[in-house]
Design a protein around this ligand. Structure first.
Ligand code: AMP
Length: 399
C-alpha cells in the first residue's frame, strides 16, 4: 500500500504538538513539540530519523510563529510533497460534530461558536487551522474532535439535574473528552479479544495528566466521567474531579475566593498535587510513597478509590462487563495503580496477574488478568495521532 503522510497538529493553550504519520502503516515520520509559546524562550523540539533536535524560537513567539517554523522544517526535510492532508485535534465540537469533518468556512464558524465551552482550547485550535490552511493551501484540512465519540451518550447520561433551560439555551450538558483515545483503545481491545461490535461491553480508563473513564457498549460511548468541561470525574494530576458544588459556594462566600481563584484552585492546585502537597506527577508520588511519605500514599489511595468507584458505576449502563482497558501515561506504565484498582474490583470478575502486570509497560499492549478471570483486564497504549491521521487521510480521499 503506498504511504499517505498526514501532518497532525494539536494546538494547546501554550504549546503545539505535531507529528507526520503514515496513515497506512502507522509509522511516525516526524514528531515534536513547540512549548512555552508566548514566553521569554519558546522552544521547538523534534525527532526525525531517530535523532532529537531543538530550535529556539524568538521571545514571545505564539502559535503562528511555531507553525511557520514547522512549515520551514518540513520543507527542509523534503517532506512537504508527500503530505496528503493536515489533521487538527479540536477539543470541543459541542453537539454539532459527531464525527471528523473536512474544514470549510461553516466548520470554522461552528468551532468558533463552541469556544464559549472551551475558551482556552478552541481558539488555539482555530489558530492552528487558520495558519496551516494558508501554509498548506493545496492540502485538505480535517478537524477531529475530542468530544465527537461521546455524542452517542443518551440524555439520561449527559444531562445535569439543573434547570432544563440551561441546556436548551446555553448547551449546558455533559460532553466528555479524550474521545479519540477511548475510541482507539476500545476498538483495539475488541479486536484483541475477538468480540463482535454488536456484543461488547468495555470500560476504558484513560489515565494521564487528565483522567477519564468511558463505558463503550457495542462500539458506542454510553457514558463517561468528564462533563461539560474536563474538570468533572476522576482525581487527576492537578484537577479535583468531582466535588460537592457547595464547595464553590463555601470558597466564595466564606473564604472570599474570586471565581478566577476558584478556577485556579480546582484546575491547577488540586488532584494528586493538592492532596500530596508534593507533585502532580504520578511517578514522583509513587516514589515518595515508597519512601514512606504518608501524604503521597494518601493521594494514591484516593486516586485509586475514586477510579475503582467510577469504573464500577459504569457497569450500570453496560449491564455487565467484558473488558477493562488501561491507557494513558499512568494507565500504560503504573503497574502499582492497575493492581490497586483491580484488587478493589474483584467482585466484577477482574483479577491481576502480577507477572503480566509488571511486564506490561513502555508501549506494550497485553492482557494483565489471569487466564481464569471472568472479566479481562488489558493495557493498550493509546495512539490518538494515528486516529487523526487515518480520519484525515480517509476524508482527504473524498475531496
Ligand atoms: P500523559 O498525560 O498521558 O503523558 O501521562 C502523564 C502521567 O503519566 C504523569 O503523571 C506521569 O507521572 C505518569 N507516568 C509516566 N510513566 C509512569 C510510570 N512509569 N509510573 C507511573 N506513572 C507514570
Amino acid at each position: 500500500m503506498p504511504s499517505q503522510h498526514v501532518l497532525v497538529l494539536n494546538c494547546g493553550s501554550s504549546s503545539l504538538k505535531f507529528a507526520i504519520i503514515d496513515a497506512n502503516q502507522g509509522d511516525e515520520i516526524l514528531s515534536g513539540l513547540a512549548e512555552r509559546l508566548g514566553d521569554e524562550s519558546p522552544l521547538l523540539k523534534y525527532k526525525y530519523n531517530g535523532t532529537k533536535q531543538q530550535l529556539s524560537l524568538p521571545a514571545g513567539s505564539a502559535h503562528q510563529v511555531a507553525i511557520l517554523q514547522l512549515v520551514t522544517l518540513i520543507e527542509q526535510l523534503s517532506l512537504t510533497n508527500q503530505l496528503v492532508a493536515v489533521g487538527h485535534r479540536v477539543v470541543h465540537g459541542g453537539e454539532t460534530f459527531t464525527r471528523s469533518v473536512l474544514v470549510d468556512e461553516g466548520v470554522i464558524a461552528a468551532i468558533q461558536a463552541t469556544s464559549t465551552l472551551a475558551p482556552l482550547h478552541n481558539p488555539a485550535n482555530l489558530i492552528g487551522i487558520e495558519v496551516a490552511s494558508k501554509a498548506f493551501s493545496d492540502l485538505p484540512q480535517i478537524a477531529v474532535f475530542d468530544t465527537a465519540f461521546h455524542q452517542t451518550m443518551p440524555k439520561t447520561a449527559y444531562l445535569y439535574a439543573a434547570p432544563y433551560r440551561l441546556y436548551r439555551e446555553h448547551g449546558v450538558r455533559r460532553y466528555g473528552f479524550h474521545g479519540t483515545s477511548h475510541y482507539y483503545v476500545s476498538e483495539q481491545g475488541r479486536q484483541i479479544l475477538g468480540l463482535t461490535k454488536e456484543n461488547s461491553r468495555i470500560i476504558c480508563a484513560h489515565l494521564g495528566n487528565g483522567c477519564s473513564v468511558t463505558a463503550v457498549l457495542n462500539g458506542q460511548s454510553v457514558d463517561t466521567s468528564m462533563g461539560m468541561t474536563p474538570l468533572e470525574g476522576l482525581v487527576m494530576g492537578t484537577r479535583s474531579g468531582d466535588i460537592d458544588p457547595g464547595l464553590i459556594i463555601f470558597l466564595s462566600q466564606q473564604l472570599g475566593y474570586s471565581m478566577a481563584e476558584v478556577d485556579t484552585l480546582l484546575n491547577k492546585h488540586s488532584g494528586l498535587l493538592g492532596i500530596s502537597e508534593l507533585s502532580n506527577d504520578c511517578r514522583s508520588i509513587e516514589e515518595a510513597a515508597a519512601n514512606g511519605d504518608a501524604q503521597a500514599q494518601l493521594a494514591l489511595d484516593i486516586f485509586c478509590y475514586r477510579l475503582a468507584k467510577y469504573i464500577a458505576s459504569l457497569v450500570v449502563p453496560l449491564g455487565g462487563l467484558d473488558a477493562l482497558i488501561f491507557t494513558g501515561g499512568i494507565g500504560e506504565n503504573s503497574d502499582l495503580i492497575r493492581a490497586n484498582v483491580l484488587k478493589q474490583l474483584q467482585f466484577l470478575g477482574l483479577d491481576c496477574d502480577s507477572e503480566k502486570n509488571t511486564a506490561a509497560r513502555f508501549g506494550q499492549a497485553g492482557v494483565i488478568s489471569s487466564d481464569t478471570a471472568k472479566t479481562v483486564a488489558l493495557v493498550i497504549p493509546t495512539n490518538e495521532e494515528w486516529v487523526i491521521a487515518t480520519d484525515a487521510a480517509r476524508l482527504a480521499q473524498e475531496v
